[in-house]
Design a protein around this ligand. Structure first.
Ligand code: DXP
Ligand SMILES: NCC(=O)COP(=O)(O)O
Length: 255
């Protein structure tokens, strides 16, 4: 198997299908179908399917999660807020992974990471409830040593570092600063024995430097893939992203 085969285990790609549902919901149609998107994504080389059931159900709906769960051949990574409703829902659906994320009703997208240090008892209780249901728990946090340490103390085995500030950087030096911060956070997590993932705002020309960080296990990417699919097709967009990630990880510099 070529190392550039889309299913190469060098670095995993979790394809976030939220904005397939956004497009569907914009017209109240049944298409594009998130179930079909998930299955085609797996076929194209996705290592996991990520989906965020927001409290306002602005994109993914409960029925999408319920329909997709039994059909996946890879893994479901369900993103959910730390609320009793979401934790109970996740315990019923039993995805392989649940990523606990912060949520603000009026935000356009997830603006930052969980404040695990401040909400420690609530988050630890959620982690324990999910783990009792056999679910691996990840905490979506900023690359902040305080949050990383608190995350490890909850007993969650995985963290996902929010790369939004890196993605939104306006200047080269700001981007390099954010990249260094992300890398330091990743090393901190690895040092605490955690599996470390990353994601948010990554696209076809900013993902390379993040994917090249050797300690990252998985990147979760959604919005940019859905956008690229408009021009080159869903499966091509996934294959292209996976190939870029793997090339970056292997130190292959594409022209
Ligand atoms: C938690 C996270 O970073 C993604 O799930 C992101 O939230 C995608 O969904 P939105 O664009 O609705 O924020
Ligand atoms: N956890 C991040 C994620 O799933 C995808 O975020 P984005 O690529 O849609 O910004």
């Amino acid at each position: 198997m070529s190392l550039l085969h889309p299913t190469s285990p060098v670095i995993d790609l979790g394809v976030n299908i939220d904005h397939v549902a956004t497009l569907r919901n914009a017209r109240g149609t049944v298409y594009p179908d998130p179930v079909q998107a998930a299955l085609l994504a797996e076929e194209a080389g996705a290592d996991a399917i990520t989906l965020h059931l927001r409290e306002d159900r602005r994109h993914i709906k409960d029925a999408d999660v319920e329909a997709i769960r039994p059909q996946l051949r890879t893994r479901m990574n369900l993103e959910a807020a730390v609320t009793p409703e979401m934790i109970d829902f996740a315990c019923r659906i039993k995805p392989q992974d649940v990523c606990l994320v912060p949520e603000r009703r009026n935000e356009v997208t997830t603006e930052g990471g969980l404040d695990v240090a401040r909400q420690f008892p609530t988050i630890q209780a959620a982690v324990r409830q999910l783990q009792a249901a056999g679910i691996r728990v990840s905490l979506f946090i900023d690359a902040d040593p305080v949050q990383i340490k608190a995350s490890a103390e909850t007993g969650a085995p995985v963290i996902e570092i929010h790369t939004g500030r890196y993605a939104d950087a306006r200047t080269e030096s700001e981007q390099q600063h954010e990249l260094a911060r992300v890398h330091a956070g990743i090393l901190e997590g690895i040092g605490l024995g955690l599996k470390v993932n990353a994601g948010h705002g990554l696209h076809y020309t900013n993902v390379q430097a993040i994917a090249a960080i050797p300690e990252i296990a998985e990147l979760n990417i959604g919005h940019a893939i859905v956008a690229q699919a408009v021009f080159i097709g869903w499966q091509n967009a996934i294959k292209e992203m996976k190939a870029i990630m793997v090339a970056a990880r292997l130190g292959i510099h594409k022209k």
